[in-house]
Design a protein around this ligand. Structure first.
Ligand code: F0G
Length: 458
């Protein structure tokens, strides 16, 4: 008999979880004005709000914390991290930052100016935010398949080359400072970008003289998908694949809270000495001196080790396949989820799950509420509340997809937790036709309302 799969690690430290009752949760969520961001973590049993900075470090990472060098300038831990980043990405120059959006802030301060156009494959919110804050525009050039949860495409994060070329033809070169390729594409559901597509995108960029930068938060998961789904890469190591991916770009911003396997941190890596020099000035201004940039020495050490661990096949297999395990369990119960499964999260299609709730009453939000109340699981709405109001008409924008994202922290939960999540959703699914009403807004911020919105049950 073939031996079943088992994780390539054992657990050395555990954190107890409180198993609350439904009566407690009903009270807590009411006090939180029906917003999952307002809950205390102690009120959550399984926390799938995000996979960002919520994973478990290894004993080697913790050991590295003890030898961290906290010198203001010229820290040993910086050198170690810089060497690791160069080896894994191939980029010559490196600046640490306190997290991913800080890397965007520093790099875009050099590259983006008013009126610019920055194409990409469904830019992440903070990326878009840092572009729009500078009065520039982010143009989405993701392939259409990404927006249909039922369609199978192995690389739903791919850039649509026709859409991209249209942008290149429409605007003068000076207006397009770079394009950003997000690997994996979070906004499209943690979907990977193929090497073939990265290569072709890079070639098109070169033809038009436009630089290509990666938003590399989940680059290792992307490399894993390339190895599994692109035949030519089946025998390559993850590190070889990552190095080739990065070779098609001019640089990257990184949220190390994802595939850096740390709780806080980020960086910029790039090839241009000129841009590095300019970015260094902003780094010192916003983040800190260029050999720590908002990170502790010990955290830079842990990140160096984390980058090496995250680019090992065995780790990635346990990571990505655990997410897929949850997806398979949900599908077994007929719960509508996005296809194929994302690398870091499962996305539940609330339009298909609870069509009986009027869309004006926030289907995905309602489903996320029900999931928390009945089981203590915290997901996050990726739907109408997140989409905000139209800035001109002030009407709610109803996006094509109403999703509940269940992001899985790295090396943190067991498959029993995945089973628990799956059954919790199955139970809601079995009674879904009884759901007739959702929620209404009682208080909201003018922008980025989802973090603080107050709601009430209808
Ligand atoms: N880029 C991508 C693709 C991301 O997913 C994130 C964060 C960032 C950039 C920003 O990095 O948080 O370190 O400043 N995503 C988190 C999430 C918040 O929950 O998906 P950061």
């Amino acid at each position: 008999m073939k031996l079943p799969y088992a994780e390539p690690y054992k657990i050395k430290v555990v954190e107890p979880l409180y198993r609350s009752t439904q009566t407690e949760r009903e009270q807590w969520i009411k006090e939180a004005h029906y917003n999952l961001f307002n809950l205390k973590s102690s009120q959550v049993f399984i926390d799938c709000l995000t996979d960002s900075g919520t994973g478990a470090m290894s004993d080697r990472q913790w050991a590295e914390m003890m030898v961290g060098d906290e010198s203001y300038a010229g820290s040993r831990s910086f050198d170690k991290l810089k060497e690791t980043v160069r080896r894994i990405t191939g980029y010559e120059y490196f600046l640490p930052t306190h997290q991913g959006r800080a890397a965007e802030n520093v790099l875009f301060s050099v590259l983006v100016k008013e009126g610019d156009i920055v194409p990409g494959n469904s830019h992440f919110d903070t990326t878009k935010g840092h572009i729009e804050f500078r009065k520039a525009s982010a143009v989405d050039c993701t392939i259409d398949e990404a927006f249909d949860t039922a369609v199978y495409h192995p690389f739903k994060g791919n850039v649509d080359l026709e859409k991209l070329e249209k942008v290149f033809k429409k605007y003068p070169k000076e207006k397009i400072p770079f394009i950003v390729v997000t690997v994996t594409c979070n906004t499209a559901g943690g979907q990977p970008v193929s090497m073939e597509n990265i290569k072709a995108t890079s070639a098109l960029c070169k033809q038009y003289g436009i630089p290509l930068y990666f938003d590399a938060a989940r680059f290792a998961e992307n490399a894993y998908f390339i190895k599994k789904r692109e035949e030519a890469y089946a025998d390559k190591t993850i590190k070889e694949i990552a190095l080739e991916m990065f070779s098609y770009g001019d640089g990257m911003t990184m949220s190390a809270k994802k595939d850096g396997l740390v709780n806080m941190g980020g960086f910029i890596a790039l090839n241009s000495h000129d841009i590095f020099k300019k970015a260094s000035v902003f780094n010192i201004m916003f983040e800190g001196f260029i050999t720590y940039g908002g990170m502790n020495g010990r955290d830079m050490g842990a990140l160096a080790v984390g980058l090496d661990e995250a680019t090992e096949f065995d780790y990635l297999e346990s990571r990505v396949e655990q997410v897929a395990y949850l997806g398979q369990r949900l599908e077994y119960f007929k719960v509508p989820v996005q296809h194929p499964y994302g690398g870091h999260a499962i996305f539940i299609d609330a339009n298909k799950f609870v069509p009986t709730i009027p869309k004006e009453e926030f289907r995905a939000w309602s489903l996320a509420m029900e999931l928390y109340i009945t089981s203590g699981i915290r997901g996050v709405e990726i739907g109408t509340i997140l989409a905000d109001r139209d800035p001109i008409t002030r009407k709610n924008r109803f996006p094509e997809l109403e999703l509940v994202r269940l992001a899985i922290p790295r090396r943190t939960y067991t498959n029993h937790h995945m089973d628990y999540i799956a059954v919790a959703l199955k139970n809601i699914f079995d009674t879904r036709t009884e759901a007739k009403h959702g929620y209404r807004i009682i208080e909201e911020a003018p922008i980025m309302r989802h973090f603080t919105v107050k709601m009430e049950k209808i």
